[in-house]
Design a protein around this ligand. Structure first.
Ligand code: NAD
Length: 495
C-alpha cells in the first residue's frame, strides 16, 4: 500500500485533454465534439474527452477489422502474444498508483479499494490470460470409426467491449484480456463518466507492443457510440457490463443487424442470508456492512438485501447500524477514508429517491438516507440501512447501486430461499450458518452465479463471474471466458 504523500503528490496532477485511440493513433472526434470529465470528489472539471460520433465508432471497427484480417495479432505465434501481454501486465503493475489515483479522481472509489480492484486486478487479469495464450488449443475428436475430425478453436474477429463506470479497469480487463489473448481485435467503449484510466491503459498497451488497430478505445455517449457498435455489421461479439436496460437494447441491436453474439453482465439484488446459528455473528455483521457500503454500494455483487432470521433480527441489525455509523465517508484519495464518493449527481439523486420510496412503502430508515459533505462540491451519501422492507417493495426488488441496505426478516430456510429468489436477478449472495446441510441446501436453491458461505465478496481471476436470470449471460474471468471469444470449427478428414 503506498503512503499518503505518494497519493497526494498525484491528486492534482494535470490531465491532458484526451482524444480517441483508433488504429494506433490519437485522433479527435470527426465533428470536433468534446465532453467534460467531472470529478465526483468535488464536482471540478478534470479535463475534456473527445466525444465520438457514430462515424468514429465505424472507423474504430474498420481499424480493428483490418488488424484482424491481416494477421498482425490474430496470426502472431501465441507465445509471442503471451510475451506482449505479460509486458502489458508489467506496465499496468508498475503504473498502478498513477492509474488508481487517476481512476479515483474520475469515479470516486475509495483509494484502498481502487488500488486492489482496479490496476491490481487488471494486471492480474492480463497476466492470467497472457499465460493462457499458448495453452488454449483444439482437440482431435474420438470418432467411432477412427475418421480424423479436428476441432479447431479460432479467434472470432472483432470484439466490441462496452463497460460501466464503477470499476473501469477491472471490468475492461475482464473483456479485453481474454479477447486479445485469443487473437481477436477489440473496440472498447468506456462509460461517458469514467474513461480516463482506460485511455491511459491504451497508451500502456501500445507501449507494451500490442500492434496498432488491435485495441481501439472510443469515448462518447452510449446512445451514439454504443448504439453504433451494437448495430455495426462488422462487430462479431459484444461483451457488455452495465444495466439491464442497456443490455436489452444491445440484444435488439444485435437482432436488427448481424445477430452478433451479446454477452451481458448486468445488475443484481443479492441476498445476504444470516441464520441465528452463524459461526460468528460479528464477522457476519461486518461482512454485511462491507458487502453493501464499499464503493458506496456501486458494486454489481453488492449484498444489497440483508435477510436475517427473526430470532436475531433486532440485535444483528443494531450491530450493522453501529458499523455503518462508524464508517468514515469522505475524500476517496485519503487512506483514512472507508467509503468514497457516489459517482455522480444523477446517481446520488437516484439513491435518495430510492430511500424515499422505501419509506413510503413502509420501510424504517434506521440510519443514513441523506446526502453529506455537500460543501465539498462532491457527491457523498451516508451509509443507509432500511429495516422492515416488504418483499414486494421496490427496495427489495430493484437494484439501487448505492449505499442502501434493505433488511427483511425470515422464519426458516424455506422462507429465506423464497425471499432470496424473489427478484428478477440472480447474481450473487451469501449464507451464514454453522449447519453444513443448510449451507449446501440454501446455496443450491438460491439462483445466483456467485454464492458464498460464511464470507462475502470472494473474488479471483481463476473463478467464473456469471449471472443467472436477468443478471446476464456468459462468463467473465477464468478459462471459461474463452468460450465468448473463440469459435469451434470441426474439420472432417478422409484419410
Ligand atoms: P449503463 O448500462 O448505463 O452503461 C454501461 C455502458 O453502456 C456505458 O459505457 C454506457 O455508455 C453504455 N450505454 C448506455 N446506453 C447505451 C446504448 N443505448 N447503447 C449502447 N451502449 C450504451 O450502466 P452503468 O450505469 O454505467 O453501470 C451500472 C450498472 O452496471 C449496474 O446495473 C450494475 O449492476 C451493472 N454492473 C454489472 C456488473 C457485472 O459484472 N454483472 C459489474 C459492474 C456493474
Amino acid at each position: 500500500m503506498p503512503a499518503q504523500p505518494e497519493i497526494d503528490a498525484l491528486r492534482d496532477a494535470a490531465i491532458p485533454d484526451r482524444a480517441l485511440f483508433i488504429g494506433g493513433r490519437w485522433v479527435q472526434a470527426s465533428d470536433g465534439g468534446r465532453r467534460d470529465a467531472v470529478s465526483p470528489i468535488d464536482g471540478a472539471t478534470l479535463t475534456t474527452l473527445a466525444e465520438a460520433t457514430a462515424a468514429d465508432a465505424g472507423a474504430a471497427v474498420r481499424a480493428a477489422r483490418a488488424a484482424f484480417e491481416d494477421g498482425r495479432w490474430s496470426r502472431m505465434a501465441p507465445m509471442a502474444r503471451k510475451t506482449v501481454l505479460h509486458r502489458f501486465a508489467d506496465l499496468v503493475q508498475s503504473h498502478a498508483l498513477e492509474l488508481a489515483v487517476l481512476g479515483v479522481r474520475d469515479n470516486g472509489t475509495e483509494i484502498g479499494m481502487a488500488l486492489k480492484a482496479e490496476p491490481g486486478s487488471a494486471a492480474a487479469t492480463i497476466r492470467f490470460y497472457a499465460e493462457c495464450a499458448d495453452k488454449i488449443g483444439g482437440e482431435i475428436a474420438p470418432t467411432p470409426d477412427g475418421t480424423l475430425a479436428l476441432v479447431h478453436r479460432e479467434a472470432i474477429g472483432v470484439v466490441g467491449a462496452i463497460v460501466p463506470w464503477n470499476f473501469p479497469l477491472m471490468i475492461g480487463a475482464w473483456k479485453i484480456a481474454p479477447a486479445l489473448a485469443a487473437g481477436n481485435s477489440v473496440v472498447l467503449k468506456p462509460a461517458e463518466s469514467a474513461a480516463l484510466s482506460l485511455l491511459r491503459l491504451a497508451e500502456l498497451a501500445q507501449e507494451a507492443g500490442i500492434p496498432d488497430g488491435v485495441l481501439n478505445v472510443v469515448t462518447g455517449a452510449g446512445p451514439v457510440v454504443g448504439e453504433a457498435m451494437g448495430l455495426h455489421p462488422d462487430i462479431d461479439v459484444l461483451a457488455f457490463t452495465g444495466s439491464g436496460a442497456t443490455g436489452r437494447r444491445l440484444l435488439e441491436y444485435s437482432a436488427r443487424s448481424n445477430m452478433k453474439r451479446c454477452y451481458l453482465e448486468l445488475g443484481g439484488k443479492s441476498p445476504n442470508i444470516v441464520f441465528a446459528n452463524a459461526p460468528d455473528l460479528e464477522e457476519a455483521a461486518q461482512a454485511a456492512a462491507n458487502g453493501i457500503f464499499r464503493n458506496s454500494g456501486q458494486v454489481c455483487i453488492a449484498g444489497s438485501r440483508l435477510l436475517v432470521e427473526n430470532s436475531i433480527h433486532d440485535e444483528f441489525v443494531r450491530r450493522v447500524v453501529e458499523i455503518a455509523e462508524g464508517l468514515t465517508v469522505g475524500d476517496p484519495l485519503s487512506l483514512d477514508t472507508d467509503i468514497g464518493a457516489v459517482h455522480s449527481q444523477a446517481q446520488l439523486s437516484g439513491n435518495l429517491a430510492a430511500v424515499d420510496k422505501a419509506r413510503n412503502e413502509g420501510g424504517t430508515v434506521l440510519t443514513g438516507g441523506k446526502r453529506i459533505r455537500e460543501d465539498s462540491g462532491g457527491y457523498y451519501m451516508a451509509p443507509t440501512v432500511v429495516d422492515r422492507v416488504a418483499p414486494t417493495a421496490a427496495l427489495a426488488r430493484n437494484e439501487v447501486f448505492g449505499p442502501v441496505l434493505a433488511v427483511t426478516g425470515f422464519a426458516d430456510a424455506d422462507e429465506a430461499i423464497a425471499l432470496a429468489n424473489g427478484t428478477d436477478y440472480g447474481l450473487s449472495g451469501a449464507v451464514w450458518t454453522a449447519d453444513l446441510s443448510a449451507a449446501h441446501r440454501v446455496t443450491r436453491a438460491v439462483k445466483g452465479g456467485l454464492l458464498h458461505v460464511n464470507t462475502y465478496g470472494g473474488s479471483d481471476i481463476t473463478v467464473p463471474m456469471a449471472g443467472m436470470k436477468q443478471s446476464g449471460n456468459g462468463v467473465d474471468k477464468s478459462m471459461h471466458a474463452f468460450e465468448k471469444y473463440t469459435d469451434l470449427k470441426t474439420v472432417w478428414m478422409k484419410l
